[in-house]
Design a protein around this ligand. Structure first.
Ligand SMILES: NC(=O)c1ccc[n+]([C@@H]2O[C@H](COP(=O)([O-])OP(=O)(O)OC[C@H]3O[C@@H](n4cnc5c(N)ncnc54)[C@H](O)[C@@H]3O)[C@@H](O)[C@H]2O)c1
Length: 276
């Protein structure tokens, strides 16, 4: 176990990628605190993992809730070694032309509040504990932090903003706290949309994401959710990742190395090399 004795705080850890991270970090020997708005899912997590985890009900938009989560984590486990700002919402690729004029303000504020200010709140609330532990922050970004068409202008702008946040905070918090980012691609989760656009009941799991991505990604399929967790373990493992700060890992099945005409440049490699 790579993370025995380490303490991790994850926002949005009661479902989706965050929940897979909880399971992985517990399996690696860490204790995990989770701030999430879903009391029911937090209860489920606590019943699955017992006293290795603690759930705190709250909204990442509230600095008070984030401070309460940091305090509860320190009270229960004594410290915070790794913070993972992760809670987010998606705009379902709502294009600028389709964005209703009368909802731009509310939608912008909602998506940026959760996806960007929620991350700033998390780091602000955990900063004393992170400096004391000489800890690290690992921000969940997205392929939309680097490329178009992983969201509409609102989501894409928030994820690009998180890239900037990682770089700025890596600079500002050095040499005490390292700050890195992991940018996953499509994942079959319960990712929701903004209520200001009437999308809070939409779940990305209703889309045929696996089918769509299989033909687009150089790796030839959408990764399983658990396959996304290893990068976070790497960045949290003190021994392996000390040189990494301000690092951004594209972890999306190769979206940045697709060809012009085909996603898979080596599709005839087996034939040419006579390998089965
Ligand atoms: N699903 C994808 O295809 C995908 C791809 C790339 C990046 N991401 C990113 O991964 C992260 C996690 O998303 P997911 O796909 O696991 O979604 P998810 O909806 O399955 O999980 C998100 C969790 O965050 C919680 N949450 C949402 N808003 C909150 C708030 N205001 N306060 C507190 N908790 C809140 C939800 O209750 C949920 O438990 C997000 O930052 C998302 O942008 C997702």
């Amino acid at each position: 176990m790579k993370l025995t004795g380490e303490v991790v705080l994850i926002t949005g850890g009661a479902a989706g990628l965050g929940r897979a991270l909880v399971d992985r970090f517990v399996a690696e020997g860490a204790k995990v605190a989770v701030l999430d708005k879903s009391a029911e899912r937090l209860r489920q997590m606590e019943s699955d993992h017992g006293d290795k985890v603690v759930g705190i009900v709250g909204d990442v938009r509230s600095l008070q809730d984030q401070k309460q989560a940091a305090d509860r984590c320190v009270a229960k486990f004594g410290k915070i070694d790794t913070l993972i700002p992760n809670a987010g919402i998606w705009d379902y690729n709502m294009s600028l032309v389709d964005l209703p004029e009368d909802r731009i303000d509310a939608a912008f504020d909602e998506v940026f509040h959760i996806n960007v200010k929620g991350y700033i709140h998390a780091v602000k609330a955990c900063l004393p504990a992170l400096v004391a532990s000489r800890g690290s922050v690992i921000c969940t970004i997205s392929n939309a932090g680097f490329y178009p068409n992983g969201g509409g202008p609102l989501y894409t702008a928030t994820k690009h903003a998180v890239v900037g946040l990682v770089r700025e905070l890596a600079f500002e918090l050095a040499p005490y706290v390292r700050v890195n980012g992991v940018a996953p691609g499509g994942i079959n989760t319960d990712l929701r949309g903004p209520s200001s656009l009437g999308m809070s009941d939409q779940s990305i799991s209703a889309l045929p994401l696996g089918e769509l991505l299989a033909s687009v990604l150089p790796i030839g399929r959408m990764p399983a959710i658990e396959e996304y967790t290893g990068a976070y373990v790497f960045f949290a493992t003190r021994g392996d990742s000390v040189p990494a700060t301000g690092a951004l890992l594209n972890y999306d099945g190769g979206m940045g190395v697709r060809g012009l005409f085909s996603a898979v440049g080596g599709k005839d490699l087996l034939e040419k090399l006579n390998i089965k």
